[in-house]
Design a binder for this molecule. Sequence first.
Ligand SMILES: NC(=O)c1ccc[n+]([C@@H]2O[C@H](COP(=O)([O-])OP(=O)(O)OC[C@H]3O[C@@H](n4cnc5c(N)ncnc54)[C@H](OP(=O)(O)O)[C@@H]3O)[C@@H](O)[C@H]2O)c1
Length: 295
Amino acid sequence: MKIVIAGGSGLLGRHLIRRLRNRGHHVVQLVRRPSDSPDDREWDPYGGESTAPLLRGADAVVNLGGAGIADRRWNPAYKELITRSRVVPTRALAEGVAETGVPLLVNASAVGWYGDTRDRLADETDPAADDYLGRNCREWEAATTPAAKAGARVITLRTGHVLSADSEMIKRLVPVFRYGLGGRFGSGRQYFPWISLLDWIQAVQFLIDSEVTGPANLVGPTPATNADLTRAMADAMRRPAPWTVPPFALKLVIGEAAVELLRGGKIDPAVLNDAGFRFRHRTVEEAVNWAVGSR
Ligand SMILES: NC(=O)c1ccc[n+]([C@@H]2O[C@H](COP(=O)([O-])OP(=O)(O)OC[C@H]3O[C@@H](n4cnc5c(N)ncnc54)[C@H](OP(=O)(O)O)[C@@H]3O)[C@@H](O)[C@H]2O)c1
């Protein structure tokens, strides 16, 4: 297949591109910087130009772009950038897909769609939460509409926290737990939607090859709380993790984005399960062991 990928220089894109190329796919990367690689095409997602010339002849477009949620402290300007950096490129690509008749658009989204579900298990039929991240995801997914209206199969990847040796989450937690300073955030009862990078990559490939259309939750099959994650990290690092990080301290350090860690959805990967996807890492313990062990 010829697959065009935008936002491919990030954590998920890098790994996905390597996997797709290893599988013999022809991957063309849309890049926002000058490049002389024959498989790169320069693009400006904000320039207002049609993306059709970049997408013509592709069998699929995968869009993984967006300014990092936890890269900076949130303020109104950065929250606006978080949304704009997802919605504007997505719409530009969806319009290009519609114009060229590319049959498949796979677009990033996130479990922020669901907000805090407490103990209720949410699946893809749940509406978006009425909070900042929920509204952000709704706008992001809605930007794919031109592609769907033109008859393309559109999949939105509602991804949980991706665990791998090089994910920010694991890179930040490992030193803390190594020195015995690990602990749960707040009560630890809040859900922490997770997936291993290995399963994320395999699930995206599975979805591309499937007939699935619409949203798909990319989360592991066994929901875990923050306390479960803490225990898994402590066991993997063979260190105690007796501490509790109070919510106010977390907010002091990372600001409003702490909401991602202090609240979370209990989420079912119903679409992947129903389509027959088999997870390699079925519990957060397995995913953490794999992520920490592969460092
Ligand atoms: N990793 C996770 O745990 C996770 C969880 C839930 C959802 N997601 C979503 O999945 C997607 C990929 O995740 P990731 O972890 O690979 O993200 P990432 O490492 O932050 O990379 C995202 C990519 O987006 C592009 N980008 C950055 N700033 C941009 C801007 N202002 N405007 C347009 N494009 C910009 C960059 O690619 P180029 O320079 O190549 O354009 C960057 O490499 C993101 O949309 C993310 O929100 C990720």
